[in-house]
Design a protein around this ligand. Sequence first.
Ligand code: GH3
Ligand code: MG
Ligand code: MG
Length: 367
Amino acid sequence: MTTETDTNGEAPGKVSSREGALGCADEGRWAIVLLVDDQAMVAEGIRRMLADEPDIEFHYCSDPKQAVREAVAVKATVILQDLVMPDIDGMTLVRFYRNNPTTRDIPIIVLSSKDDPTIKSDAFANGATDYLVKLPEKIELLARIRAHAKSYLALKERDTAFRAMKKMQGQLSAINNELAHSNRELKRLSSMDGLTGLANRRQFDETLEQEWQRAIRSELPLSLLFADIDYFKRYNDSYGHQAGDDCLKKVADSLQKTVHRPADLVSRYGGEEFVMILPDTISEGALTIAEKMLKNIADLKVPHKNSDSADHVTLSIGVATLYPEESSGTDELIKTADKMLYKAKENGRNCIEVAHPRTAPIKSACP
Ligand code: GH3
Ligand code: MG
Ligand code: MG
């Protein structure tokens, strides 16, 4: 392989800046031509034609075995390919370029000594971009080189932009995933009570409203349980605020473990008061849950020496059940459950009061 020095005396193989070369021929040698031909005379003829062109850099390779390597090394934007050569014929070489990922897209102008439609058709079938009979007219050669170099560079720019866009899309998608994850986490945290990990008051309000509407649509009952720790002020006074917090966590955990249906919601209503939403649950069912809650809290056996109810921490629970109707809101259910809780306190604590707000209280589980 030999490389020719251009008329400006620049070193062979010198790579000119091709950034922004499209339509900016005055910015340097953006059309890099590699001639692959075994005949030095042809090379000399082509070299002369391109010599005065400031936007064209010329390289010459006489050894077809070196052609692919040379095309990659000089970063050719156009290959001028002779057809008849010793060792490897031009058609085979054209296929080589096309099968090699590094030269696959480089425009190839086949230089043939014959203007033969069969050879021409063969050349295109093998992957040639263009076909010229040598030696071509200078003006035609220049026009073809520039046109093909330009479309190749445009293709490269599109590829680069496409890759950058794909990369950016990947990054954006990763950011979006992170954002979605953070939003979910934020939503979870904003609906959670910090001390107990139960749903907070906000979550309770939202869920109650949803379940209320669902119950109206499906004409199913909705039960609400208000539970409050008995003599909890005394507990704090006896054991300290930190122990009080620990006790709240244990009670919360126990209440949560008592319900099993996915739609049931246990939440901290505030202070030492908890509220449970039990969708599709009649009052008998709600009472059963309330009884289990009292039992499970008793089984915790958290000592409470200053309680008048027992020697351990206890709860009082108010239960209300309604078949929700469009004409009323959740207030009635809340008020009734709260009233029942108050009643349970009045009745001696560590007990349950159940109401059916449309009638009189149906059952009292207090002593
Ligand atoms: P009752 O049996 O009538 O419910 O009496 P009580 O003492 O439990 O009720 P009261 O409303 O008089 O007092 C509630 C106490 O709960 C007051 C407060 O010290 C305590 N408390 C509320 N929130 C917290 C909390 O987050 N941590 C702790 N440690 N104590 C709390
Ligand atoms: Mg209390
Ligand atoms: Mg209270």
